[in-house]
Every structure is written in structure tokens, then in C-alpha cells.
Design a protein around this ligand. Structure first.
Ligand code: GDP
Length: 494
């Protein structure tokens, strides 16, 4: 499955990491999640809070005053684009305060932390330094990993059968109509391959956009092409064949198969070798609120995606993947992002629901060995809380400034005016999420479900910087970013 050359290259990469790590230890932290899960905002907020001494009371090194300094350093991997931290910060806190450009490909950033050890022995050795190498990559690319273990026929059969089951069958209709006209044994045909790839990509995109299919949509580059946009490596699609079908020489299927194999060797393998296989720790960001809002099939899909993700991090001993993974991720955080869209009463509930989904995924993936934490966070808290009286009820609302030009329930916002909304509460019992057939959000009598739903996805403007409690610095407000940092780095700064 993997050539000796691949393994040798990986070994050398790890050796170089190891040798450079002897001077100053480093931690490679992967940050992933599907498109718009919040990766760019998370990394920007995390680095800004570290560098500017943000309010991080649960992050021991900072709370105990042991973090002397955090600063950006040139990143070690010359061939990887740098995460554009400065531009993203400028977007968030500049005059117009807007959300930064989202992740479209892999990028990297190095932050160096200078700290005092908390232990007597550690302090005697002198001040500590740790390189934190943050690797940002699209979750869509991660979900390509299972392709390495599947033949073209196996992948085709699975993709076609998934697309025939509700609710994917509807957006797949046009592609299905074209697929029915294709004979896998007919002579190879570039126009047919292009047409099939384009309709298949449209189907994948519709699944993602219509919110009911969050996962299991490989090949990831079809949705998130990075620098491969319009490349021939992306010009293939599944055919309606049996999982053990064999391609005739010179046939349409042989052509598709060749490109599928090229996609694996030119796109998928280098990504795993150069980026994924070198990670020490990982954050998986999940827009759980969106899935909860979309209903049971989206939640089932999310669980399927997390199962696949967990399987990537802890492949069984006999798996082809464990042969190329020399480093093992030892801590993983699953984070439900954008928790500032809910009142704090629901934050623990959101965490409990995601924990329940992660637990089910971990059982299905027979996952064990790494420490896993689950958190509901807002990398940048764009709302505050207030109590509003409506009729005889008192509602615990969230207050924020909707972005300019947004239209919700017939109202267009000017980007200046604050509104108070009641987004609904999550159920206290996480199990109930799996039993509901309709909306799982609880709303009181004076608020209609339609109203709560319409406002649940308002895009609030990023907030102004806030002064820390000690008044020493200005930083981006957040929810539970410090707990996430403590889990990911606390032991390395002890
Ligand atoms: P990426 O595709 O994973 O890089 O996603 P981004 O980080 O670009 O986030 C996508 C969008 O989600 C942003 O443009 C924001 O509108 C929203 N978002 C992300 N994080 C937060 C957060 O902490 N709070 C709020 N209110 N919105 C967020």
C-alpha cells in the first residue's frame, strides 16, 4: 500500500523533527474541522490570546504568571504556506471588525512560548522554551484517508449506494440520471468523465450546503480543492459497478480507476505523509449547533464523520495506516464551536451532547489510547447575555450586533444596532437528541420555534477587544478557550 520510499521519507521527516526538537522541544498541533467549522477564527484567537496575555484563567501557565512571553517565529517547513495570522487579526479587530477568510488549504504557524516550570527541578534547569507548531488543514482532506484502503470499484459502489439513500437521493438526482447513461465497459471518454465529475461535485456540494450531509463526502478536494482547482487529478467520479468489478483495458472504468489511483498517490498520500503523520496533538472543531438544528440525519452523519476521524488517529495494529504513522497523536479535543450563539445555561448541555456523539463514535471506531476531551467553546465571543421580559415570561437572551446587510425575518440589519435574541435551550438529557424527530431546541411559550430558528444562525459582528480583569492588556473575549489550551499544552508547560 505504501512504498518503501514513502516510509523512508516519513522516517527522515520525523528524524529531522526529532533532531530540531532536541534544541527546543516542539509540539505539532493539528487544527481541523469541516468547512466553516471555525478553524481560522480558532487559531487566530488562540494565538492572539497567547501573544497578548489574554484572559485565560484556566490555562495554568498563564494564570500562575509562568508564561513569560509568547511570540511568533518563522515556521520550520519552508514548503508549507504560512497561516496568515496578521491579516486575520486585522480583519477581526480592524476598523470594520469582520470575520477572516476561511481555511482553504493547509497552512502552518509557529508560536514560541517562554515559560517558567512549575516544578522545583524544572525551575533549576532554567527557563523553558516550547515551539508550538499549529497546522491548519481542511477536515474534508482528513476524510480522504479511508480512500487509501479502498479500490476504485469499492469506493464507487459505496459512494453510489450512499447517494441512493434518503436524504442524499434528492440532490443526487441529476448525477444519477447521467450515471445511468454510462457504461463502465464502453471505450474511455474524456467528455463523459468531465461531465460525471462535474455532476458528482455538484451533488457533494449540495449535500454539504443543504446541511443534511456533513460527512462521508470524499474525495475531499472536490469540495476543497486547495491549489488543485480544475486539475485533471480531480476529473473522475464513481461508476455504477460492483465492489469487486474489474476494469476492461481502455474502458471508461479503467480511465476513472487510473485517475482515482493518481488522486490517492499524488494528493492523498503526500498530505498524510507531510502533514498528518507528523502531528502530536489535534483539535477537531465541529459546528455541532448546525447539525443539531438540521435534525437526526445530520446528527447521525456527524457521528459517522467523527467515527472516520477517530479511526484515522488510532488505526488498529494490522491497519495499513499504522505502518506509516510513526508518531501518535496522544491528545485530541473535540470542540463544539460558536457556543456564544447559546446562553451559558446551554453550554454544558452542548458539551454533554457532543460527548455522547464522540463516545458513540469512539466505540464504533474501537478507538483507545489517546486522551480525549470534549468542550463547547467560542473562540471569539461575539455576544453577551441579558434578561428580557416578554409578556409574563423572563427570557435569558443573548445580545449581539448582526452583520451589515443580513436579512432575517424580513428585517435587514445595518451592522450597528444590537439585538437581543432567544435562541432556545438545548435539552438537559443528551439522549433526547437521538430520539427527537423535529427540532431539539426548547423554547418557552412566548417565542415561536420559527422565530428562535430564524435567529439561531445570525452572523454577529466580531466584538471589540476587551480589557483583561487586571486591566493589563486588550484581548479577544472567548468562551473556554483557556480550558482547551490547558488540555492541549498544560502538561508540556508544567
Ligand atoms: P473555517 O472554514 O473552519 O476556517 O471557518 P472560520 O474560522 O472561517 O469560521 C467560519 C465562520 O463561522 C466565521 O466567518 C464566523 O462567522 C463563524 N465563527 C467562527 N468562530 C466563531 C465564534 O467563536 N463565534 C461566532 N459568533 N462565530 C464564529
Amino acid at each position: 500500500m505504501t512504498s518503501i520510499a514513502d516510509e523512508a521519507r516519513l522516517a527522515v521527516g520525523n528524524l529531522v523533527d526529532f533532531a530540531t526538537g532536541l534544541a527546543t522541544p516542539s509540539v505539532r498541533l493539528g487544527v481541523t474541522g469541516l468547512s466553516r467549522a471555525g478553524k481560522t477564527v480558532f487559531i487566530t484567537a488562540l494565538v492572539h490570546n497567547l501573544v497578548h496575555g489574554g484572559r485565560l484563567p484556566v490555562f495554568d501557565a498563564m494564570a500562575q504568571g509562568r508564561l513569560a512571553r509568547a511570540h511568533l517565529d518563522p515556521q520550520p517547513d519552508d514548503a508549507v504556506p504560512r497561516f496568515d495570522y496578521e491579516a486575520h487579526v486585522e480583519a477581526l479587530i480592524g476598523k470594520n471588525r469582520r470575520w477572516p477568510e476561511s481555511t482553504r488549504q493547509v497552512s502552518e504557524l509557529r508560536v514560541t512560548l517562554e515559560y517558567e516550570s512549575a516544578t522545583f527541578w524544572g525551575r533549576n534547569v532554567g527557563p523553558g522554551r516550547l515551539h508550538l507548531d499549529i497546522v491548519d488543514y481542511p477536515g474534508e482532506w482528513l476524510l480522504d484517508l479511508p480512500l487509501l484502503g479502498q479500490s476504485y470499484a469499492e469506493w464507487s459502489a459505496r459512494a453510489v449506494s450512499l447517494s441512493r439513500a434518503a436524504p442524499r437521493d434528492k440532490p443526487a438526482a441529476q448525477w444519477h440520471a447521467f450515471l445511468a447513461t454510462l457504461n463502465p465497459d464502453a471505450a474511455e471518454d474524456e467528455a463523459a468523465a468531465r461531465q460525471a465529475a462535474s455532476l458528482f461535485t455538484e451533488y457533494l456540494r449540495a449535500c454539504r450546503d443543504e446541511r443534511f450531509s456533513l460527512s462521508a463526502l470524499p474525495p475531499g478536494r472536490f469540495l476543497m480543492p486547495g491549489d488543485l482547482e480544475n486539475s485533471p487529478a480531480l476529473t473522475f467520479a464513481p461508476l455504477d459497478v460492483a465492489p469487486d468489478a474489474r476494469a476492461e483495458r481502455g474502458s471508461l472504468m479503467a480511465m476513472m480507476e487510473r485517475r482515482y489511483e493518481a488522486y490517492k498517490s499524488v494528493v492523498v498520500k503526500p498530505f498524510f505523509r507531510d502533514h498528518f503523520a507528523r502531528l502530536d496533538r489535534q483539535v477537531v472543531l465541529v459546528d455541532a449547533l448546525q447539525a443539531l438544528n438540521a435534525g437526526p440525519s445530520a446528527i447521525a452523519d456527524l457521528e459517522a464523520a467523527l467515527t472516520e476521524i477517530l479511526a484515522c488517529f488510532r488505526p488498529g495494529r494490522s491497519s495499513w495506516l499504522s505502518r506509516i504513522l510513526m508518531r501518535r497523536v496522544d491528545r485530541i479535543v473535540f470542540a463544539a464551536t460558536k457556543a456564544d450563539h447559546l446562553h451559558h445555561r446551554s453550554h454544558d448541555r452542548l458539551e454533554a451532547i457532543l460527548a455522547r456523539i464522540v463516545q458513540a463514535a469512539a466505540e464504533r471506531a474501537a478507538f483507545a489510547g489517546a486522551d480525549v476531551d470534549v468542550v463547547a467553546l467560542a473562540s471569539v465571543r461575539a455576544t453577551r447575555e441579558a434578561t428580557v421580559r416578554r409578556g409574563r415570561e423572563t427570557l435569558d437572551c443573548i445580545v449581539g450586533t448582526p452583520q451589515k446587510g443580513q436579512r432575517i425575518a424580513g428585517e435587514t440589519f445595518d451592522g450597528q444596532e444590537e439585538i437581543a435574541i432567544f435562541p432556545g435551550d438545548l435539552p438537559a438529557d443528551p439522549e433526547s437528541v437521538f430520539q427527537h424527530s423535529e427540532s431539539i431546541f426548547e423554547v418557552p411559550e412566548s417565542v415561536s420555534e420559527d422565530e428562535a430558528e430564524a435567529y439561531r444562525f445570525v452572523r454577529f459582528r466580531p466584538p471589540p477587544l476587551q480589557r483583561t480583569a487586571e486591566g493589563l492588556s486588550l484581548s479577544l473575549p472567548h468562551i473556554r478557550l483557556d480550558r482547551t489550551l490547558q488540555f492541549l499544552l498544560g502538561d508540556r508547560l508544567a
